[in-house]
Design a protein around this ligand. Structure first.
Ligand code: HEM
Length: 289
């Protein structure tokens, strides 16, 4: 359904309602498959360590900041949020996540725009994006020479004391812990539906042929995928990293890995930031651990 040449498409209801500006698309809101593919191809360079040679070193800088933040309860905007000390969501960021996503997922597009996703919206989800946009605009005003990041890939590097991605990926036990963490607590459980093609489709579910009518949305139930007893065994509810290390059956292990990777979606819609995310998680878990 999400494979390269699949006739399934994105949905107006979900993807387009994530637009931040009227009539202006970002990579996730684009409905035209052609435009989406072209935009992905352009962005992939910035997200890849092959073309963006300074990707890892720039991530290290942020990891160092994050580790310092974790150790100091401080933040990267020059002053602490103060949430931990006050034991309150002082800047409404947690509230923004909760209400913003609820508005996005449950409301039809027009009210969702007014309520949540507009930068001047009534809930702070949109305002959170406004802050992010200001930071990006500020970054674009500054000189890019000698500085490298996702906006300006260059050969400039800055090594830190942070573990390298290659080393982190070789730490088999730690990677098993990370996979298990993403299995037990999948980071994205939103139902990012795809539209069944107009002619409908017949699929096999539990050995039975099932007809899906054209125009309906199918979604991936991520939590159910990561807790599928047929794939992971009877002890799915347990956090047991050894399941990734002790499985002798290679086909079974491959099936478990495929299911776990679905956390990032699949095929032409797969998360563009997958390697960045896995790099960041590996480095952070190692440095904090
Ligand atoms: C553990 C962390 C992450 C998880 C689990 C995750 C998961 C996902 C999922 C499920 C999708 C949607 C797939 C679909 O439409 O069917 C997605 C899309 C996307 N993700 Fe991530 N993501 C993560 C981190 C990141 C990071 C760090 C970045 C950027 C650096 C990123 C950038 C994107 C982009 C740009 C898309 C849209 C791709 C497209 O429109 O074709 N993600 N992600």
């Amino acid at each position: 359904m999400r494979a390269a040449r699949s006739p399934y498409t994105r949905t107006k209801r979900f993807n387009q309602s994530t637009r931040l500006w009227q009539g202006k698309d970002h990579v996730f809101s684009l409905l035209s498959e052609e435009e989406h593919l072209a935009r992905r191809a352009r962005m992939a360079a910035g997200c890849s360590g092959k073309e963006n040679l300074s990707l890892e070193s720039s991530i290290d800088v942020h990891i160092e900041e994050r580790i310092a933040l974790i150790r100091s309860n401080n933040v990267g905007f020059g002053k602490p949020f103060g949430d931990v000390k006050a034991d309150r969501d002082l800047n409404d960021y947690l509230e923004a996540e909760e209400t913003g996503l609820a508005v996005l997922l449950q409301w039809p597009t027009p009210p969702a725009k007014v309520m949540g996703l507009s930068e001047k919206g009534l809930v702070s989800f949109g305002r959170m994006f406004a802050t992010a946009r200001e930071l990006v605009h500020d970054r674009l005003k500054r000189d890019t020479s000698g500085k490298s990041d996702m906006f300006a890939p260059s050969f400039a590097t800055r090594g830190g004391g942070i573990i390298s991605d290659a080393e982190a990926r070789n730490l088999t036990y730690m990677q098993a812990v990370i996979k298990e963490g993403m299995r037990v607590h999948p980071p994205v459980t939103t139902t990012i539906g795809k539209r069944v093609p107009d002619r409908g489709d017949t699929v096999v579910i539990n050995g039975k042929l099932v007809f899906l009518p054209g125009g309906v949305n199918d979604s991936q139930a991520t939590l159910a995928v990561q807790h599928n007893k047929r794939v992971f065994g009877e002890d799915v509810a347990d956090f047991r990293q050894e399941r990734w290390l002790l499985e002798k059956d290679e086909r079974k292990l491959a099936e478990m890995n495929r299911a776990n990777e679905l956390n990032f979606g699949y095929g032409r819609y797969q998360c563009l930031g997958k390697s960045i995310a896995m790099m960041e998680i590996g480095k952070t878990v190692f440095e904090v651990g």
